[in-house]
Design a protein around this ligand. Structure first.
Ligand SMILES: [Zn+2]
Ligand SMILES: [Zn+2]
Length: 359
């Protein structure tokens, strides 16, 4: 018994010691965990404080300018600015650039902010196809807008909706591949587009604008009406509407020709991801002899699949305006884009009909 008791005591004692160890370990773990949490929180706080401090510095400098007459000073050649611009979204950079202009600050300050916003790679303009879930090609033949539901459907899915596997047409009057509404007659098409535009569908506003611009589907040609619709869509932030406004100013449709305004609207569109606007900007810079800036625009457009920009880079390379490295980068970017958008269904559609050639 004694021995058992002793053993029991011993075992109890041993358990007691283990319990204490476990408790210590647990406390240690909790303390360790708390230390990690505190470290993470401290890191976040310091980062945001730094960001806040940098921004405060710039804004206070800008505000100070309100009270002081303009004079030369090194404001935009310091590290603070480069830190600040890396935090800010393009829209904020632009408004800051405009503030600088209003305050009469050094021109290079304004342009450095402006360029920082302008030459950022924007997110792709188009969403994925709602049917096959693949990225919609940038090329205008790569998708079709459906007036019924307002969806953009990729060329492959449109083609597949009324062809069989052998490429035979199996439906005479195709329906919308997404909502199955029948294809509308011309007068219904315009009515439907108007309805969608009135409901705030920016793509419908642009399509309706194009109908007015070209005077089709029973509508009279009217550049002013087209431009009004583009402006309405632009106010809602639609990138392609800015491109069309830029175009109107470039060639004087519904307005006097104004190249400066044209470029301004192209820039707004390009920053929102419109590759056509980006390509136009590249051409403007190329024609002005600014090959470096032209190349920057073209490279951004190529990453989003703009083949015209790739061709222009190829030309710049042939004319020895850009080095081989940049041309190689452009080719690689375009291939990566193709790898993302290609599909058997889309290729089949493109092989069968030119109207579905999506790159
Ligand atoms: Zn699709
Ligand atoms: Zn539909």
């Amino acid at each position: 018994m004694w021995s058992n008791t002793s053993n029991q005591t011993c075992i109890n004692s041993s358990i007691g010691i283990n319990t204490t160890d476990n408790a210590s370990n647990n406390i240690g773990l909790v303390v360790y965990f708390l230390m990690i949490v505190v470290a993470v929180l401290a890191y976040i706080a310091v980062t945001y404080y730094q960001k806040f401090k940098d921004l405060s510095l710039l804004y206070s400098t800008v505000l100070a300018k309100l009270a002081k007459p303009y004079k030369e000073e090194v404001l935009f050649n310091n590290d603070t600015l480069s830190k600040i611009v890396s935090y800010l979204p393009s829209n904020d950079l632009l408004s800051l650039a405009l503030t600088c202009r209003r305050l009469g600050m050094r021109e290079e300050g304004e342009s450095s902010l402006h360029d920082e916003a302008l030459f950022r790679q924007p997110p792709p303009l188009l969403e994925d196809c709602p049917i096959c879930r693949l990225r919609i090609p940038t090329h205008y033949k790569g998708s079709k807008y459906q007036k019924c539901c307002g969806k953009k459907i990729c060329s492959g899915c449109v083609y597949a909706s009324f062809h069989d596997n052998q490429g035979n047409v199996v439906v005479d009057n195709p329906k919308c591949p997404f909502c199955r509404a029948p294809r509308p007659l011309d007068h219904v098409r315009v009515r439907r587009m108007k309805k969608r535009a009135e409901a705030g569908d920016t793509a419908a506003m642009l399509n309706l604008g194009a109908y007015h611009r070209h005077g089709v589907y029973g509508l009279a040609q009217d550049y002013t009406k087209a431009l009004e619709l583009y402006h309405r869509a632009a106010e809602l932030g639609y990138a392609r509407a800015y491109t069309n406004i830029g175009c109107a100013y470039g060639i004087g449709e519904g307005v006097e020709v104004d190249k400066k305004k044209s470029k301004y609207y192209y820039e707004l569109a390009a920053m929102k991801g419109c590759t056509s606007a980006r390509y136009n900007l590249g051409n403007i810079e190329k024609n002005a002899g600014n090959m470096d800036r032209a190349l920057k625009h073209y490279l951004i457009a190529v990453r989003d699949g703009h083949d015209g920009s790739l061709k222009n880079i190829q030309q710049l390379y042939s004319d020895r305006h850009v080095p081989k490295d940049d041309y190689t980068i452009a080719l690689r970017s375009y291939q990566e884009y193709l790898d993302e958008i290609k599909s058997d269904q889309r290729d089949k559609a493109a092989a069968d009909r030119e109207e579905y050639r999506y790159y």
